[in-house]
Design a protein around this ligand. Structure first.
Ligand SMILES: Nc1nc2c(ncn2[C@@H]2O[C@H](COP(=O)(O)OP(=O)(O)O)[C@@H](O)[C@H]2O)c(=O)[nH]1
Ligand SMILES: [Mg+2]
Length: 365
């Protein structure tokens, strides 16, 4: 049997992985290939899974911890995607606070299941909002040095680095970021791309088709700093049931939730890594995102509908304690329910700090 090509698109929280994977998958489908996707998160109820399924893709999910700690679940999920028709390509999205993926996922897959999988390169997206500050070693608000350690380790292990969201950057900014990356990671292919509008995407497609680089040894990793950096990011996923006698604007609701929660977090000096809210009905969906405290909230998927009922999912990853995060999400939801005259019932609250990463396997070479 022909091996399944296995690709991962990595990068920090909010870098544009889900957006890129959707575009990459559409490219392979247009070539007549059978594509399946795998999402991953520390918690359950993932916005990304819904976003990619809404685009018509077959999506498996590995919730509860990152791929490296749930290696067997990843293999099983990929296996279940083959139930109907074996995919030609599987594209997996690792958790945006996860790193050391070559040693703990790609290399073990090669060693243990080399007959089933053809392992592709690790393409990592650079998130400019936080990347510029971290690479230029600027002082000021943002993440702690331990969270920045994860950001840099993700880039260090990349086979190729794609600076995403160039549609929002001047040519000068693109050039200076490119130079910072080249200086810090010499020899690694780096290019600019916009996953949203497709500019430069042919370079990402080419990078994903390339052979992974030969590694004589795995990246050095300080698991203590990694664990502490991850634990500084509070995690919250919850559901909100929205109901009203009169129809309400679904896009307005998801955007107001993100803007309200994001505003409160920024006011309390808690750096947002990624806050996303999905609102959906049987047939329609709206998604709003915030990817940093210094940027604006945005509606990334408009439903353009008014409805009397919707299911809402909130996924927040923020440099804040889970208690603080939960309190802010709950109080903003209560305020919005009053303001918009909608019943908003919060349920299935999961809020925590990610536990210490304990990979199932870690390859030495
Ligand atoms: N302007 C712009 N926004 C983008 C681009 N790619 C992704 N985004 C937005 O960035 C946010 C996070 O994207 P997402 O794909 O969910 O990031 P992930 O957390 O890495 O999976 C969303 O609002 C996207 O619409 C891009 O190329 N340009
Ligand atoms: Mg994502």
């Amino acid at each position: 049997m022909k091996p399944i090509r296995f690709l991962m698109v990595g990068g920090f929280l909010g870098a544009g992985k889900t957006t890129s994977i959707g575009r990459l998958a559409a490219h392979y489908v247009a070539q007549g290939l059978n594509v399946a996707l795998v999402t991953n998160d520390q918690a359950y109820d993932l916005v990304d899974t819904h976003t990619l399924r809404a685009q018509g893709f077959q999506v498996g999910e590995v919730p509860g911890a990152c791929f490296c700690c749930k290696f067997d679940d990843l293999i099983e999920t990929v296996g279940s995607l083959s139930d109907q028709k074996t995919p030609d390509i599987v594209i997996a999205e690792p958790v945006g606070s996860c790193t050391d993926l070559v040693a703990t996922v790609i290399q073990p897959m090669r060693e243990l299941f080399g007959d089933r999988f053809e392992l592709g390169p690790l393409v990592v997206l650079l998130k400019p909002v936080h990347g510029k500050k971290i690479l230029a070693e600027q002082k000021g608000k943002g993440f702690s040095p331990k969270a920045e350690y994860i950001f840099l380790k993700q880039l260090e292990e990349a086979d190729a680095i794609a600076i995403n969201k160039i549609d929002r950057m001047s040519l000068e900014d693109q050039q200076s970021l490119l130079e910072l990356v080249e200086k810090r990671f010499p020899g690694v292919p780096v290019f600019g791309v916009s996953a949203r509008d497709g500019v430069g995407f042919e370079k990402l497609i080419a990078a994903a088709a390339a052979e992974p680089k030969k590694r004589n040894q795995m990246m050095e990793m300080d698991y203590q700093t990694y664990a502490e950096g991850e634990a500084e990011l509070g995690w919250l996923n919850c559901q909100i049931e929205a109901k009203s006698e009169a129809k309400f604007d679904l896009d307005g609701l998801v955007l107001k939730l993100v803007t309200g929660i994001g505003g409160e977090l920024t006011d309390t000096d808690c750096e947002v890594a990624h806050l996303k809210v999905l609102g959906q009905t049987m047939n329609d969906a709206a998604v709003a995102n915030l990817v940093g405290s210094a940027v604006e909230s945005e509606l990334s998927l408009a439903s353009e509908i008014k409805t009397k009922a919707a299911d809402v999912l909130v996924n927040a990853r923020v440099a804040a304690s889970p208690e603080e995060l939960e309190q802010i999400v709950t109080s903003i939801t209560t305020d919005l329910a009053d303001e918009l005259k909608i019943d908003l019932t919060v349920g299935n609250m999961q809020s925590f700090r990610p536990g210490k990463p304990e990979p199932t396997h870690r390859s030495g070479a």
